[in-house]
Design a protein around this ligand. Sequence first.
Ligand code: 0O2
Length: 271
Amino acid sequence: METKMWSEFLVPYRLAVDELVVKFNHIIEGYRAMGQYSPIEQVIGRVKRISSIIEKAGKKGIPLYNVENNLEDIAGIRIICQFEDDIASVIKMIKNRSDLIVHEEKDYISHQKKSGYRSYHIIASYNVETLSGKKTVKVEIQIRTLAMNFWAIIEHSLQYKYKGNMPKNISERLQNAAAAIVQLDVEMSAIRNEIVDAQNSFRIRAGIVSQILNNIQNLYKVANDREVAKIQDEFYEIYAAGDLNTLIKFSKDLDVIAEGYRSQSLPERNL
Ligand code: 0O2
């Protein structure tokens, strides 16, 4: 295939990756906007490089004119979760979507690869609208924890470095590291609720603090400077004391004060 043909061929895959990254990021934002924990921590997308497509097609004996039907990971989405339990929620979420038709699942978590690789793969089809009309493309969605991702990234770069001839001592160390990653995920899952609570209260606190600071800033425009400075000092005291409920109450009271000033500063409507 000529370079120009390759870039045309890859257009629908690029579109699919871009769209899906936006969609999964919206899911993360949706959870966070509701003050809830998101089972998706991060989403990354990539279109396989032409050189990697050619290399993989060569290894698998796939003629280049047939990569579209036989290579399933030209469009790749990687969903990173904090905890192993989140992976099941993400799988369910994907299966319930009407824009993704799942064709195949590969569970390298229950069935770890010989290399030590762990991840859950879903092969799905996804429709895009290009200038030349509707096109259905295959997408590989890899779902894994932060810890599994750390291992896979390191191992992938070593695989690339040694090109199939990984020294024994390095592959042994990678096996050990893979076992440690399994243990790490188990330990983190055991204190999942503690971690999620801490993260939620951090997020709530950060949201409230930014709302309070925003209100104080606006009050400086409409209220007496000394009065606002007093409110500000009170806020610093409450913030330093660290009690979330007092902070929430202070924020609500401040909302009422700010609303009072806002209605005073509104021009009276002509009757
Ligand atoms: P890249 O550079 O990430 O794109 P198969 O089902 O075996 O016929 P395939 O496509 O090899 O065909 O499937 P598999 O084994 O599920 O691998 C798909 C992708 O998973 C790989 O793509 C890697 O991204 C990842 N993967 C699979 N095995 C390993 C592993 O042992 N280590 C790491 N780090 N990643 C792995 P590519 O094309 O190999 O690579």
